[in-house]
Write a protein that binds this ligand. Structure first.
Ligand code: GDP
Length: 385
């Protein structure tokens, strides 16, 4: 296990919202799952704007295939202003890498169940230690960008995960597909998800009496974009408009990670760390953990998920009146905060652009003066001779 302190840049975390909900300080646990080489490590580092995790050099050198799926836990503290959020990232190296991937998903679902189980036991203790709460709030399932369809292993694993945790499928390395291929691929995945009745996490729509149109529109956009097409990059490049941005460079230009017309990274980041962090935490608590507890108390165990009853989709969360009012107020507060922060950032960017233009102007003026002086010196020298 690794632990480090990380400062998140401009990406504002939904600090107030989160603090109110969490008794023990903010904790967010995210699992990344998918075959090796799909960009999971790069995505995590791009999301948190730091090298939280180093790529496995063994994978790079194509060493002999690992026989078992491992669980790798990374701990970090995200700090922003007066707020700190403990983040746990669970990686599952070795998943899907074998010739026979039968039951490759077992380690993953066992891990999720074990965390529910250990939290149940912790609950009975007079003093709980939050470090032991590793209940998974979101599982990002990375799909290979083949453009064809989902593999049986993808379907099987997603089905099993979705009965236990908030599943968020993502199309890995989406810059390797054309816009048309990507749209068709998304459609095909959505059809399979529906036909196979895989329950994916969907942001709840604002169901209050006076819904906030901006919040509704944002949730609708997130739902329409699923499965999110992601691009990750630890490198930054000048985008030709005065900004240095995370991107992947091609001979024909840049694929910008944070550009909505290039990929869905910003939408996914918003869902995970901004607008829906609270929903992910609450639905884990209220739906998945409660369903697990009920099952255990009834004595049926949860090791085989065929015995896990179908659970309500995550959007039911917003029906809980206990949180509704508080959530709406916080949503508004948070949206205002994000808008203000984005405005501040835009202004800051603009100032940099203006400053650059001014400096370029000054530089040209100085260069012209130097040239003129050089010419004067030359003509004086000629006259002297
Ligand atoms: P992991 O094994 O799933 O953790 O994958 P890594 O993050 O180690 O990435 C494997 C390779 O894919 C590296 O060479 C990355 O630079 C590259 N990569 C990561 N993300 C992307 C992406 O979004 N697009 C493209 N084209 N390559 C990527």
């Amino acid at each position: 296990m690794t632990s480090e302190k990380v400062v998140v840049g401009v990406s504002n975390l939904p600090n107030q919202r989160y603090k109110i909900v969490s008794e023990n300080g903010g904790i967010f646990t995210m699992m990344v799952c998918g075959e090796s080489g799909l960009g999971k490590t790069t995505f995590v580092n791009t999301l948190f704007q730091t090298t939280l995790k180093h790529a496995d050099p063994q994978q790079r050198r194509h060493q002999p295939i690992k026989r078992t799926v491992e669980i790798d836990v990374l701990r970090a503290v995200l700090e922003e202003k007066n707020f700190s959020l403990r983040v746990n990232v669970i990686d599952t190296p070795g998943f899907g890498d074998n010739v026979n991937n039968n039951k490759s998903w077992q380690t993953i679902v066992d891990f999720i169940d074990e965390q529910h189980d250990s939290y149940m036991r912790q609950e009975q203790q007079p003093h709980r230690d939050v470090r032991f709460d590793l209940r998974v709030h979101a599982v990002l399932y990375f799909i290979r960008p083949t453009g064809h369809g989902l593999k049986p292993l993808d379907i099987e694993t997603m089905k099993r995960i979705s009965t236990r945790a908030n599943l968020i499928p993502v199309i890995a390395k989406s810059d390797t597909l054309t816009a048309k291929e990507l749209q068709e691929f998304k459609l095909r995945i959505r059809q399979v998800v529906e036909a196979q009745e895989i329950r994916i996490f969907t942001p709840p729509l604002d169901e209050s009496e006076v819904p906030d149109p901006a919040v509704m529109e944002h949730a609708r956009q997130l739902i329409e974009s699923m499965p999110f097409a992601v691009v990750g990059s630890e490198a930054k490049f000048d985008n030709g408009q005065g900004s240095v941005v995370p991107a992947r460079k091609y001979p024909w230009g840049l694929v910008e990670v944070e550009n909505d017309s290039h990929c869905d990274f910003r939408k996914l980041r918003s869902l995970l760390l901004r607008t829906n962090l609270l929903d992910l935490v609450l639905s884990t608590e209220e739906l998945h953990f409660e369903a697990y507890r009920k099952l255990r108390l009834e004595g049926s165990g949860a090791s085989d998920d065929q015995s896990v009853p179908a659970r309500a989709p995550a959007r039911k969360l917003s029906h809980n009146p206990q949180f509704k009012e508080e959530e709406n107020a916080l949503k508004k507060y948070f949206t205002d905060q994000v808008k203000a922060e984005e405005q501040r950032f835009r202004q800051w960017e603009q100032n940099i652009v203006n400053e650059r233009i001014r400096l370029n102007g000054d530089l040209e003026e100085v260069q012209a003066k130097v040239k003129k002086l050089e010419e004067q010196v030359r003509s004086l020298q000629l006259r002297k001779h």
